[in-house]
Design a protein around this ligand. Structure first.
Ligand code: ADP
Ligand code: MG
Length: 327
């Protein structure tokens, strides 16, 4: 292990920060270039505040809304330009959002007069390994891309071999599997960059899902990996002390949405596991965040935090959000 990392290992001041899909496209926004920059600078503000307090930060982010946009572009122009595969769309979003973060963090570091406290900011295109034997392949659950009527949906299913299901939000949509992330392929490069003082943006959108053949070669697959679960794999591998998940709700709740809902404050990993098993956290949204937090602590992490993006700084200081700690 590089020397700097050894010193930082499991240090609470060494953070992996996961930004939710809403970090870049907030509710009610149509997603203009201006919207994207404004939101990137908002995230950069939080990140630079943390850097100023002597924290080392690596960043990951969601990409649901952006993959949705790319799939729709491809759908609308398919008569002229052949649509590309989903793994390629995922790679595009890593460049798209990685660039926004790189530049906004770089500029904010300059504005705040702390540019020299880091080597620089870099986003890497990142593959994440999933298993060919994952049970998720038998049961695709993640809705992606455009909405179709029933007839169109049936045609596409026959033509492309897609699995199409009725989306509770209306219409028919393609569903893809969401296999469990096993390893971050480029983690060695991420570690090296961080140990040399770079702020690194990695595992964007949960990483580009790939499977490994017996000869070691990799192949992209049509799936999506949950970014919080992939974030945990990265956080554990980097041996950060703190894993922070910022989203659009101010913490994890028991009985969420019911009159007796209760926000969790500081919870031990065993308590959280009990609540998780009781089904308090919805699959596909809060569920994977809580599961990622549980895994992180069980893998030796010191604290996992879940909170609202707009209070990012307070969440990291432990003044807002839900904190999951070892027993
Ligand atoms: P992100 O894009 O940040 O990953 P998600 O939409 O996947 O955001 O997850 C956040 C959402 O989880 C919240 O907006 C909230 O509606 C939902 N949610 C489901 N169960 C809970 C719960 N028990 N406590 C808090 N939020 C929950
Ligand atoms: Mg999510």
């Amino acid at each position: 292990m590089p020397k700097v990392l050894q010193i930082m290992a499991r240090n609470e001041k060494y953070i992996l920060l996961a930004l939710g899909g809403n970090a870049f496209q907030t509710k009610g926004e149509i997603g203009t270039t201006e919207n994207y920059w404004k939101n990137a600078y908002r995230a950069a503000d939080t990140i630079v505040k943390i850097v100023k307090e002597g924290y080392k930060v690596a960043i990951t982010h969601g990409n649901g809304p952006q993959v949705g946009v790319i799939l729709e572009w491809m759908e609308r122009s398919k008569d002229r330009i052949p649509p590309l595969a989903m793994d390629i769309a995922g790679a595009m979003t890593q460049g798209w959002l990685g660039y926004l973060l790189m530049q906004s963090i770089h500029n904010t570091l300059i504005k705040e007069g702390v540019k020299d406290s880091v080597k620089g900011v870099v986003a890497i295109v990142n593959q994440v390994l999933v298993s060919k034997d994952d049970p998720a392949w038998q049961n695709p659950t993640k809705y992606v891309g455009s909405y179709y009527d029933e007839e169109e949906a049936k045609k596409l299913a026959a033509e492309k071999g897609w699995v199409i299901k009725k989306d509770p939000r209306g219409g028919y949509r393609r569903v893809v599997p969401s296999p469990d992330p096993k390893a971050n392929v480029e983690v060695g490069a991420v570690k090296k960059l961080i140990s040399e003082g770079w702020i690194v943006i990695a595992s964007g959108g949960g990483g580009i899902p790939v499977i490994q053949e017996s000869d070691g070669t990799l192949k992209g697959v049509e799936a999506v990996i949950d970014k919080d679960l992939a974030g945990e794999v990265l956080a554990t591998n980097l041996e950060v002390g703190t894993f922070v998940i910022l989203t659009d709700v101010d913490g994890a709740y028991l009985n969420f949405g019911k009159p007796d809902q209760k926000k969790l404050d500081v919870v031990t990993v065993s308590e959280m596991e009990k609540y998780y098993k009781e089904g308090h956290f919805k699959a596909g949204s809060m569920g994977p965040k809580v599961l990622a937090a549980i895994r992180f602590i069980k893998h030796g992490g010191k604290k996992a935090l879940i909170g609202h993006l707009k209070n990012g700084y307070e969440v990291i200081k432990g003044e807002s959000g839900t904190m999951i700690v070892p027993d």
